[in-house]
Design a protein around this ligand. Structure first.
Ligand SMILES: [Fe+2]
Ligand SMILES: [Fe+2]
Length: 173
């Protein structure tokens, strides 16, 4: 059984992941409004990933007999100054999530819940990828410097990102 304070910390993280999905949905809408359909496709895959993150935490709490508490999800920003501004906001948000995950990992260690800490290893590693992915797009946008040609190419490249749904048998992977 998870300690109540760790359950509270998990519930907070579930809200953070659902907010991430909400924020990235706002970015999908923004990119669509700017006719950046490739960026929208890339961000749509990101929304699905965040929902999977929340689902993994929820499934884990159920496995451990925890009490999942869903709180209200904050209203996200709806508009940005351009693709670079939006991607920088996404990167900044991922850095915030990394901090949240680190705190959650510390909370699990503090109460001596090694199983939870080991489970959270996946999230620690995932955040390295999440920051790197957003940063890679920022670097390409900086190289493009608003030139229509490179931006068009980048938009097309990002549009090739596939959405991968996990199978029902592998919720914790
Ligand atoms: Fe996440
Ligand atoms: Fe993320």
């Amino acid at each position: 059984m998870m300690k109540p304070e760790l359950q509270k910390a998990f519930n907070k993280q579930i809200n953070e992941e659902l907010y991430s999905a909400y924020l990235y949905t706002a970015m999908v809408n923004y990119f669509e409004s700017e006719s950046l359909d490739g960026f929208a496709t890339w961000m749509r895959a990101q929304v699905v990933e965040e929902l999977i993150h929340a689902s993994k935490l929820i499934a884990y709490m159920h496995d451990r007999g925890g009490n999942v508490q869903l709180e209200a999800i904050a209203k996200p920003t709806a508009t940005w100054k351009g693709a670079l501004d939006a991607m920088q906001a996404a990167y900044k948000h991922e850095c915030h999530i990394t901090e949240c995950i680190n705190k959650l990992y510390s909370a699990a260690s503090k109460v001596g819940d090694h199983a939870a800490a080991i489970f959270l290893n996946w999230f620690v590693n995932e955040q390295v990828e999440e920051e790197a992915n957003a940063d890679a797009i920022i670097q390409q946008l900086k190289l493009a410097k608003d030139a229509p040609g490179p931006l068009f190419m980048l938009n097309r490249e990002l549009g090739a990102r596939a959405i991968t749904f996990p199978t029902a048998t592998t919720p914790a992977e």
